[in-house]
Every structure is written in structure tokens, then in C-alpha cells.
Ligand binder design. Structure first.
Ligand SMILES: [Fe+2]
Length: 184
């Protein structure tokens, strides 16, 4: 089989003396997010204990949009833990992340769409989707290499726990990196 060298118009970045260094940083950041998820899987209390920390009535969510409830704010402002309640048909916007995050499905099922980022057009196109079940735990590194949308495509309420590497006052503006989207 013949192969050809990448051409300049392929969009691939030019080789740089910094490439080994930056590649190592990328791998380290991805590893950090995975380590958070491993810790979540290893030490998180059971789902019923966590669901009991929701305010009265919050388990059933809101008819307007998915709801978020802060359950832990690190006193040194390194991370925040939220419970999200999704009624059927409620979805997040398509987004990358300004910080690492990890999440676990506590109740019901979560539908997650994945997107690929095109730096030239600055748009994201859908490349796949998966269904996460209660007990599943995943992590997402910061940046536009990992873009997704989460939501509830089932007929029952879904509850998920999310950990973000920001302090609580920055959750609304410091987590999601919204992107223009081309859905394929
Ligand atoms: Fe996300």
C-alpha cells in the first residue's frame, strides 16, 4: 500500500522543537482527568446516600431545564461537586471544557454525544454517541479535543454527579466552553 507525506494544506500543525514537550503536557492533563475519575469510582458514597443530599423535591428535576445542585465546595477553591437532575429530553449545550471534569451516573441513563473539533472552521461535528448507565464513571480533560453534549434520552429522570476543577462561583462561566456546531 502506498502512503503519501502529509501536505501543508492538511491542517496538521508544523513540527516544532516544542512538540515532545507539549505532547507530554497533553498526556499529563488527560491522565489527571482519568485519575480523578478513578478516585470517584473508588471512593464515592453509594448513589442513595448522594441522592439524599438533594434538596426536598429536587430528585424529580424541573420542567424548564436540567438542574444543578452544589453538594461540595472545596474550601481551598480547587474543585466543586455538583448533582445534576435531568428530566426526559433535557440536554446540555454542545461544549468543551475550560477545566478537567469527571462524572458518574447515579440514577437512570445518560446519553452522551461526541463531537470532533475543526480548528479551521471553528465548528464541531458529531462523530458518535453512547449511553451511560447508573454506576458508570467517566472523565473529560480540558480543551476542545473532547467536546460533548450530555442529556437524558430516556423516559425516566436521570441524576449524575459531576466534579469540576473550579471553585463554586465559577461553575456557571468557568466550566463549559461553548462551540458552534455542525451536526453530521
Ligand atoms: Fe461536559
Amino acid at each position: 500500500m502506498q502512503t503519501s507525506a502529509p501536505c501543508a494544506s492538511s491542517g496538521a500543525p508544523e513540527p516544532s522543537p516544542l512538540t515532545p514537550f507539549t505532547s507530554g503536557i497533553e498526556a499529563t492533563l488527560a491522565k489527571n482527568a482519568r485519575m480523578v475519575a478513578e478516585q470517584v469510582a473508588a471512593s464515592l458514597p453509594d448513589a442513595e446516600t448522594l441522592l439524599a443530599s438533594l434538596p426536598p423535591g429536587a430528585r424529580e428535576g424541573s420542567p424548564d431545564t436540567y438542574t444543578r445542585h452544589l453538594v461540595h465546595a472545596d474550601p481551598f477553591e480547587r474543585f466543586s461537586v455538583m448533582l445534576l437532575v435531568w428530566r426526559p429530553g433535557q440536554f446540555s449545550p454542545v461544549h468543551g471544557h475550560r477545566t478537567w471534569c469527571a462524572y458518574r451516573v447515579l440514577r437512570g441513563t445518560m446519553y452522551e454525544r461526541h463531537y470532533r473539533w475543526d480548528p479551521e472552521s471553528r465548528t464541531a461535528s458529531q462523530v458518535g454517541a453512547v449511553t451511560r448507565e447508573a454506576g458508570d464513571t467517566f472523565s473529560v480533560p480540558a480543551g476542545l479535543q473532547h467536546i460533548h453534549a450530555l442529556g437524558n434520552a430516556s423516559d425516566d429522570v436521570t441524576v449524575s454527579l459531576h466534579i469540576y476543577g473550579v471553585e463554586q462561583s465559577r461553575i456557571s462561566t468557568g466550566v463549559n466552553l461553548l462551540v458552534d456546531t455542525v451536526v453530521s
